[in-house]
Ligand binder design. Structure first.
Ligand SMILES: Cc1ncc(COP(=O)(O)O)c(C=O)c1O
Length: 453
């Protein structure tokens, strides 16, 4: 069988041990003579699996007795609408906006006619962090956060306080222990850390079950799921079965406490490569908001050709699912619970190798740059297209250092020419002929270029 390392953001890797058991049991579940997929959901065979799964979740996640574990279909996205339908009282809800998934939840709450307050947002900085100040008011029906932002690679280190905190934990569920004290409801689609798409896990504090009025459709009411032990209609049996196997696998790993230790080690391996890459790899998230689940980064300030090359080389080496989300671009390595340290190390080694092969830092002397202001203007102008440029303001002539491949050097020259910078000694002699605007723009010229590796 082809060996592939799957860094996909979801659906994502399911532990091989889990898939092997599922394979063994596919045609004949526990000597029943039938597949778990084909028996009645009311039969003891499935009911045992179903109830055991709930117990495993309670045990592993240390869910207090006054919470119910529910299994609902419709994905995590359906929760965006079910929440306001079920939990509205005064009609005022508060959100922290940390990206696409919270924005979608905000939209659905508005559709339900709720008065939505966004108490903090990281939109302005391109969702590169978890806001530092988040204070929910006493009288909101619920306060909403997305604990891990799958696209941007940001994650809460501590949840903010709120009397009814709602957490979308779709991309970091079961990856660290939860302090349930101020949580009203936590939900997660299964397809990242909990197995197969098709089931959404909702863990809700019991007092919240009684809020929903008669106007909430039966299939969208948490209370109906709680009363029927999530058998209000036919549940997604195979997804629940795979969730069961995944929870047993998690127990074998030492539970969420131990998996958290491993997740920290895995993330550190990749962030260390990024941080020591001299700007070749640039992480999207600010350091104190970095996710342990999704590592989103660009190569040399988002240089598309190089990123494509990275992805295709990675694929040649059997590493797939690394393309960043279409909204952010770049690269994203999703390293959920099922990804092993060895797999992450293989990716890290590849990143190092790729950098060695493609990192081409060169220093050029810039003639006639008289002042720091000129040099900084040049630096800013180049940064837009070429990423980070170092300017040595002490040296005379000034020096700029940038990471540059030969083909990109042509692009750089083109850019500089279009800005009115003479490039060679010959062109330099034509400096006088340039327009006044071009001259005043920086009044400097790139002259004799000396390559220094
Ligand atoms: C944090 C988060 N919330 C919600 C969703 C939506 O999940 P679903 O596709 O199950 O509706 C996703 C999907 O990736 C997600 O990452």
């Amino acid at each position: 069988m082809k060996k592939v390392l799957n860094f996909s953001a979801g659906p994502s890797k399911i532990p091989t041990e889990v898939l092997k058991i599922a394979q063994e049991q596919l045609l004949d579940f526990n000597d029943s003579g039938i597949s778990i997929m084909t028996g009645s959901h009311r039969a003891k065979m499935f009911e045992d699996v179903h109830n055991e799964t709930i117990e495993l979740i309670k045990e592993l996640y240390k869910v207090p007795d006054n919470y119910k574990v529910l299994f609902i279909q419709g994905g995590a996205s359906m929760q965006f609408a079910m929440l306001p339908m079920n939990l509205k009282q005064s009609g005022m809800v508060e959100f922290v906006d940390t990206g696409v998934w919270s924005s979608k939840a905000i939209k659905e709450a508005k559709i339900q006619g709720l008065d939505v307050n966004i108490i903090a947002s990281s939109e302005e900085s391109g969702y590169d962090c978890i806001p530092s100040k988040m204070i929910f008011s006493e009288d909101c029906d619920y306060g909403y956060i997305t604990s891990n932002n799958t696209i941007y690679g940001t994650q809460y280190k501590v949840y903010p306080k709120c009397k009814n905190l709602v957490v979308d934990a779709s991309s970091d569920v079961f990856s660290y222990p939860i302090d349930w004290k101020n949580i009203g409801l936590l939900f997660a689609g299964a397809q990242k850390n909990a197995g197969l798409a098709g089931v959404t896990i909702v863990i809700i504090r019991e007092d919240l079950l009684d809020i929903a009025g008669d106007d909430v459709p039966s299939m969208l009411k948490y209370k109906n799921y709680a009363k029927s032990n999530s058998m209000f209609n036919t549940p997604p049996v195979f997804s629940i079965y795979l969730l069961n196997l995944t929870m047993k696998w998690l127990r074998d790993q030492g539970g969420v406490e131990q998996i958290q230790v491993q997740n920290k080690q895995k993330a550190k391996i990749l962030y260390d490569v990024i941080d020591s890459s001299e700007g070749f790899y640039v992480g999207h998230s600010q350091k104190d908001s970095r996710s342990l689940m999704n590592v989103s980064f660009t190569i040399r300030g988002g240089y598309d050709e190089l990123q494509k090359k990275f992805l295709s080389k990675a694929e040649e080496k059997g590493m797939i699912g690394l393309k960043g989300h279409r909204l952010l671009g770049g690269i994203r390595a999703s390293i959920y619970n099922a990804i092993t340290i060895e797999e992450v190390q293989t990716l890290a080694n590849f990143m190092e190798e790729f950098k060695q092969e493609n990192f081409n830092k060169k220093t050029y002397e810039v003639l006639n740059v008289k002042c720091g202001g000129c040099a900084n203007t040049l630096k800013k102008t180049l940064k837009e297209d070429f990423g980070e440029v170092e300017v040595d303001l002490e040296a005379m002539p000034r020096k700029i250092t940038l990471d540059m491949t030969d083909d990109r050097m042509e692009e750089l020259k083109e850019k500089l020419r279009s800005l009115g910078y003479p490039l060679t000694t010959d062109e330099l002699s034509g400096f006088d002929k340039l327009s006044t605007t071009a001259k005043s723009f920086v009044s400097c010229a790139i002259g004799k270029m000396s390559d220094e590796e």
